[in-house]
Ligand binder design. Structure first.
Ligand SMILES: CC(C)(COP(=O)(O)OP(=O)(O)OC[C@H]1O[C@@H](n2cnc3c(N)ncnc32)[C@H](O)[C@@H]1OP(=O)(O)O)[C@@H](O)C(=O)NCCC(=O)NCCS
Length: 146
């Protein structure tokens, strides 16, 4: 396995992973706008060089935000999410972050468990923030100190 910086050339591949893994995926435009200066994004490659997951982050001053983390559906449950989140936290710290924030759907128990495992705690709630199959769904705000 290898982790490398994500490039605009990877957008088609990560869009496909995103669409298969999420009911409400990011659009291509969101990925394309994630290469601005304050962002950093990495992809996880398997031994044949295929992308199995990625994350997209933004660092402003000492505040780090995780905007997206995703593992290809067929590759989930193999520890790749842990590899990506650990890399995100290490890379953020190396770039000078001291606090980390993220938002997650309140029904996304796999992601919430992953974040808690790495020290994130729930710090807030945005009521009805996301569209969901049952109408609206809350966003949990989570954070941790690096
Ligand atoms: C969330 C996600 C990135 C986790 O990646 P993954 O490679 O499947 O996770 P891992 O195999 O590394 O597991 C890491 C931890 O996540 C949690 N986890 C993973 N799958 C889980 C599940 N089905 N149920 C509960 N917890 C789960 C566990 O805490 C697990 O640690 P453990 O194996 O020691 O119990 C992945 O499920 C995904 O891409 N989901 C779709 C996109 C998404 O929801 N992203 C988050 C948006 S905020």
């Amino acid at each position: 396995m290898k982790i490398e910086l994500l490039s605009p050339h990877d957008v088609a591949a990560v869009l496909q992973i995103e669409q298969q893994a999420n009911l409400y995926p990011w659009q291509q435009s969101a990925f394309l706008s994630s290469f601005a200066d304050s962002y950093f994004s990495y992809k996880l490659l398997d031994n044949s060089g295929s992308i199995v997951g990625f994350y997209i982050a933004q660092l402003i001053l000492e505040q780090l935000e995780l905007f997206n983390i995703c593992v290809a559906q067929a590759e989930q449950g193999k520890g790749y999410g842990r590899i990506l989140l650990q890399h995100f936290l290490q890379e953020g710290a190396a770039r000078g972050a001291s606090e980390v924030f993220l938002e997650v759907r309140s029904s996304n128990l796999a992601a919430i468990a992953l974040y808690q495992r790495y020290g994130f705690t729930k710090t807030g709630l945005r009521k009805g923030y996301y569209v969901s199959s049952s109408g609206k769904e809350d966003a949990l705000l989570m954070s941790c100190i690096l």
